[in-house]
Ligand binder design. Structure first.
Ligand SMILES: Cc1cc2nc3c(=O)[nH]c(=O)nc-3n(C[C@H](O)[C@H](O)[C@H](O)COP(=O)(O)OP(=O)(O)OC[C@H]3O[C@@H](n4cnc5c(N)ncnc54)[C@H](O)[C@@H]3O)c2cc1C
Length: 463
């Protein structure tokens, strides 16, 4: 329970209408897109300007209130599950796109600006903001930076961190800290902007972001390659990269996912295919022609049954619609969808696919796999029902096995979804205890009262 005096203080800072304490309001912010247990905050606040955002952080620190900042709550690792009885601070009112600079190719935005809305405004100026998480229609840029989100274009264009030029954020005392800037080169001081990327709301609260923009490609070509065997598709991925072609996008779908998507939309997908690659090359028109021809022949050399090249934008859209449908289609099969994020070096994709198959059989689970094969980031998606306790225990064991396998193959716990609460228990397996202790020391100096999103990334010892 939050004391009345404190509630009044929050109301003074953000206004009465922006403070929520009713049970249904608190319930709405007790969970996010990860499949984890809910926890209820004591209060939800929604600052409408940067000054009140800073004051909220300061007030929380002065009163030892645990603070979880929340954009759209679409993260898949429990990053916005609040501390029980803590404060949730929404950034949805801080959604302004403050500047799109066409001369110097950067933009300045508030943290609550919605990714797709921003990307569309950038595109309207003839420029490109490449990071394109599947959630971009609702996700916020603050959430993208805090999670270091990726997306379909990450293979060629990189992830959010590659577009963060500067960050202004509030520390726990409500002091505004600035790092980076609007110049292409800026090496002034510690790279605090870099430190803040992927910090999941545990080190500071973004107030403003400076993001890099790039010119869009002059041409692109999308294609769909169908394979009789998952291993052939996996080998084709490795061969495309080994042939020094870097497509903008190189996505994978297994047979289960293809069939589920086809069931969902009846788009004429090859339901008998063991696997499908969805590929887009982009750049100068001559380069695109050249790369597309090479990709086609590499797929055929790796036993592709067919390679369909999109003839126009409508066909291109059909290719990408199939990929966009993967998660919503799978999510309809069973009540609970656990979307994982295991990532391996690209050459290890065949081994990871074999391991996933074994894990599904061993734990008697349905796992549909799709993902960003070009960068080794697979999304094994477990379809289950959390209410079935026996099955849920098998799911938990399967998740442990997936990450064990990914790490054994030289991979990582997260390609793009972050660690949050969901994967903090595995962190030491990837980086060791020394790294965790170092990170904890840093956190305890920057946030001595441990108010900023406690328990996320570094685990329960700090909660
Ligand atoms: C259908 C679906 C598809 C998805 N596809 C992708 C994908 O392709 N690629 C990908 O990378 N992810 C994907 N995601 C995961 C998710 O959308 C991303 O992690 C996204 O970046 C989260 O943005 P958000 O605004 O929802 O942030 P939230 O979930 O609200 O917050 C995420 C984290 O950021 C912190 N945070 C938010 N705002 C601030 C701030 N102002 N200051 C400090 N910390 C802050 C929060 O405390 C939390 O730790 C997907 C999720 C869904 C549901």
């Amino acid at each position: 329970m939050i004391r009345d005096a404190l509630k009044n203080e929050f109301q003074r800072i953000v206004g009465k209408d922006n403070v929520m304490t009713e049970p249904d309001e608190l319930h709405a912010y007790s969970y996010d897109s990860a499949v984890l247990d809910q926890t209820q905050p004591a209060i939800v606040v929604r600052p409408e300007n940067s000054e009140s955002l800073g004051q909220v952080v300061k007030l929380c620190n002065e009163n030892g209130l645990k603070l979880t900042v929340r954009g759209a709550g679409t993260n898949l690792s429990g990053g916005t599950i609040p501390h029980p009885g803590g404060v949730v601070c929404l950034t949805t009112a801080l959604d302004k796109i403050l500047e799109i600079n066409e001369e110097d190719l950067y933009a300045v935005v508030q943290p609550g600006a919605v990714t797709a809305k921003f990307a569309a405004q950038v595109a309207a100026k003839g420029l490109l903001y490449p990071p394109d998480p599947g959630s971009q229609a609702v996700s916020t840029l603050g959430g993208n930076v805090a999670e270091n989100a990726g997306g379909l274009r990450a293979l060629k264009y990189g992830v959010t961190k590659d577009y963060v030029m500067g960050v202004d954020f509030f520390d726990v005392n409500g002091e505004l800290i600035r790092s980076g800037g609007k110049t292409v080169k800026c090496v002034t001081g510690y790279n605090l902007a870099g430190l803040m990327v992927a910090s999941e709301g545990t080190l500071g609260v973004f107030e403003k972001l400076i993001l890099k923009l790039v010119p869009p490609p002059a041409a692109y070509k999308a294609m769909m390659a169908v394979f009789p065997d998952v291993m052939d598709a996996s080998r084709a991925v490795a061969a495309i990269i080994a042939n020094k072609i870097v497509p903008a996008t190189l996505e994978f779908m297994d047979n289960f996912t293809i069939r589920t998507v086809e069931n969902f939309r009846k788009a004429g997908l090859p339901v008998d295919a063991a696997a499908m690659l969805l590929i887009e090359v982009d750049g100068h028109p001559a380069q695109v022609e050249d790369d597309a021809a090479k990709v086609e022949s590499i797929c055929k050399d790796n036993k592709a049954l067919s390679v369909r090249v999109a003839k126009d934008d409508a066909e291109r859209n059909a290719v990408w619609q199939a990929r966009r449908d993967a998660l919503p289609a799978l999510a309809r099969v069973r009540p609970t969808t656990v979307l994982e994020d295991a990532t391996v070096p690209r050459s290890k994709i065949p081994a990871m696919m074999q391991a996933l198959d074994k894990i599904a059989k061993k734990y008697d689970l349905t796992i549909g796999t799709f993902g960003h094969a070009g960068d080794g980031n697979l999304h094994p998606t477990i379809l289950t029902d959390k209410r079935d306790q026996k099955e849920w225990h098998r799911v938990e064991a399967a998740i442990d096995a997936i990450f064990e396998e990914a790490l054994a193959l030289g991979g990582t716990l997260s390609g793009e979804h972050g660690i949050g609460l969901a994967k903090s228990k595995y962190l030491k397996n990837e980086y060791g205890v020394g790294t965790i202790n170092y990170s904890r020391r840093m956190k305890s100096v920057l946030d001595p009262n441990n108010i900023l999103n406690p328990g996320k990334i570094l685990g329960p010892l700090l909660a």
